[in-house]
Design a protein around this ligand. Structure first.
Ligand code: HEM
Ligand code: HEM
Length: 140
């Protein structure tokens, strides 16, 4: 195991923070517009970079069985996380491109808290995996 295993966590921590930022920019008393789009679109783009890299690094390091068991749950929840950002980002970018359709807006608004929860869970599971592999990353 080597330092390349830190690339995914670094990108993915940024994703979790960006999703939380996008959420807070639309749920506090003052609503932000452009800042929300930037945070959301960056989160979307970074997930699309972070997850295939992680799949590659795990395969390259010898497979999922060599990692802490938390990686199994992290991988399972990844399916939820990717679906969540595709739907949420799709609705958001759809509204920017095609106008604020009422159904899109209310779905985007209604599912936002679940999207945030899924990403916080994914980040917490990721930290658990990271904690488990730190000795190997730096050890050899
Ligand atoms: C590609 C990413 C995203 C884009 C392009 C986007 C875009 C939008 C747009 C166009 C609106 C309608 C209101 C407005 O005109 O500003 C909106 C509202 C909202 N977005 Fe996003 N969004 C994105 C990601 C997210 C994410 C990741 C979350 C949270 C997890 C989120 C939470 C919300 C909430 C709660 C509202 C409702 C705000 C209100 O009460 O008016 N969005 N977003
Ligand atoms: C943004 C949400 C995230 C997604 C979509 C995601 C997705 C993935 C995927 C698909 C894998 C490969 C699993 C496999 O091959 O079976 C993985 C591995 C891993 N993830 Fe995440 N993850 C996210 C967030 C995080 C966070 C926040 C951390 C750490 C703080 C993290 C730490 C790890 C670690 C340590 C691995 C093992 C491989 C490596 O280090 O590159 N993940 N993740």
């Amino acid at each position: 195991m080597d330092l390349t295993l830190l690339i995914h966590p670094a990108l993915a921590i940024s994703v979790v923070l960006l999703v939380a930022t996008a959420y807070l920019l639309k749920t506090r008393r003052r609503l932000y517009f452009v800042a929300h789009y930037v945070a959301g679109i960056l989160a979307f783009a970074l997930v699309m970079t972070a997850f295939p890299l992680a799949l590659y690094f795990v395969a390259d390091a010898g497979g999922i069985s060599l990692f802490p068991p938390a990686l199994i749950v992290h991988t399972a929840n990844f399916v939820l996380a990717i679906s969540a950002i595709v739907v949420q980002g799709g609705l958001g970018m759809g509204m920017l491109l095609f106008g604020r359709r009422r159904g899109w807006y209310s779905t985007h608004r209604r599912i936002a808290k679940y999207v945030l929860a899924i990403f916080i869970a994914q980040g917490t599971l990721g930290l658990a995996v990271l904690y488990g592999i730190i000795p190997y990353v730096f050890g050899q």
